[in-house]
Design a protein around this ligand. Structure first.
Ligand code: ACO
Length: 324
């Protein structure tokens, strides 16, 4: 049987680091009050990175991909599939994946974006795994890349303090041994209204607001419930139990949601990989960013069993269980 396996990881953050205090000072100039204390206590976020206005998702993805390729010992010319998970693409079209392909100096292989907001990376990884297992590719770049700073409403303190920019990437290769063990994906479009960026291009202008809006409490309640279900379904498909999980790498949105999921899976909190404190919520980029940080720091190692899970706008949610 053919499997897929991650052979390299990489990530990239834009240079500008904005602490909660920096952000509070900027918001105060607009007459909006927030504080480091409020943000840390409710979310666990201490800082985030914001890209310069002319930097796009594919710009952030490029160095992340180069790092992942180097870690895998592969050249860009060996890549035969590119999937970019993003909700903040460079353009309406073509895809950020096609633009990234050109920046990597290659051409010919399939390249496309996956849009599942914060669940985007688990969706993209599942699609790449399926293509590799059915012989459609042998060396894929699977990327999460976002510039959420572009769609933040800096007059809305309930959302603008939560998000950041960044990119993470993995090289996923055909393998005789597993790799990706199982995955479980879902969507429920009846919840569009509680988390969305409704604006769209029409007649030469943007119709509707191009800025993110979220009902945080409604999202919170849904998130905690569905994440445990997705993780359990994934374990069941793989024939594994809670005790088999070495590391939990959740979508990094809110430390309370992340710790809640760890507790439900009976995992000690030192098995939970946390980067939300330094990255904020980078949507589809948060899981590959956290995975790369955990690998490079030496915490997560080859052979470890890792649960990835995420929930985001749509609603979409899902989980992937893998052996690194
Ligand atoms: N600074 C100071 N005060 C604030 C701020 C802020 N930045 N934002 C809100 N407040 C105030 C509110 O106005 C409210 O004041 P009030 O009691 O006088 O009305 C008070 O703080 C409490 O507000 P709540 O919304 O009840 O705060 P809550 O504890 O629910 O925390 C939060 C809000 C952090 C957004 C939380 O609901 C949450 O994390 N939800 C999940 C969001 C999430 O995970 N989203 C990501 C998943 S999908 C994706 O990533 C795209």
């Amino acid at each position: 049987t053919l499997f897929s396996r991650i052979t390299g990881t990489g990530s990239h953050l834009p240079e500008r680091r904005v602490t909660n205090d920096d952000l509070a000072r900027e918001l105060a100039q607009r007459g909006i009050e927030t504080s480091d204390e409020w943000i840390v206590e409710r979310t666990g976020i201490r800082a985030r990175h914001f890209a310069a206005p002319d930097v796009t998702s594919s710009d952030l993805a490029l160095p992340a991909c180069r790092q992942a390729l180097e870690a895998a010992g592969r050249r860009a010319s060996e890549v035969d599939l590119i999937i970019v998970a993003t909700s903040t693409p460079d353009m309406v079209f073509p895809s950020s994946a096609a633009i990234l392909q050109n920046k990597l100096g290659i051409a010919g292989c399939p390249a496309f974006d996956v849009q599942a907001v914060c669940s985007g990376f688990v969706y993209a990884l599942t699609v790449a795994d399926a293509m590799i297992r059915t012989g459609g590719a042998r060396c894929a770049l699977v990327v999460g890349a976002e510039v959420f700073s572009r769609i933040l409403d800096f007059n809305d303190r309930t959302t603008c303090v939560l998000f950041g920019d960044g990119a993470g990437a993995v090289v996923l290769e055909a393998s005789d041994t597993p790799g990706i063990l199982a995955s479980d994906l879902h969507a429920d479009g009846s919840h569009v209204g509680i988390l969305c960026t409704p604006g769209h291009v029409s007649g030469g202008q943007v119709l509707g607001s191009p800025l993110l809006k979220m009902d945080g409490q409604a999202v919170f309640k849904l998130a905690v419930r569905v994440l445990e279900d997705a993780a359990r379904a994934t374990l069941a498909k793989a024939g594994k139990t809670d005790a088999d999980i070495d590391w939990l790498i959740p979508h990094q949105a809110n430390i309370r949601i992340m710790q809640g999921t760890a507790k439900k899976l009976k995992l000690p909190l030192d098995k939970l990989i946390v980067t939300v404190d330094e990255h904020g919520n980078t949507s589809a980029a948060s899981i590959p960013l956290a995975l790369d940080a955990a690998v490079r720091s030496g915490r997560v190692n080859k052979g470890d069993t890792v649960m990835l899970e995420g929930v985001g706008g749509g609603f979409t949610w899902g989980a992937v269980l893998l052996t690194l």
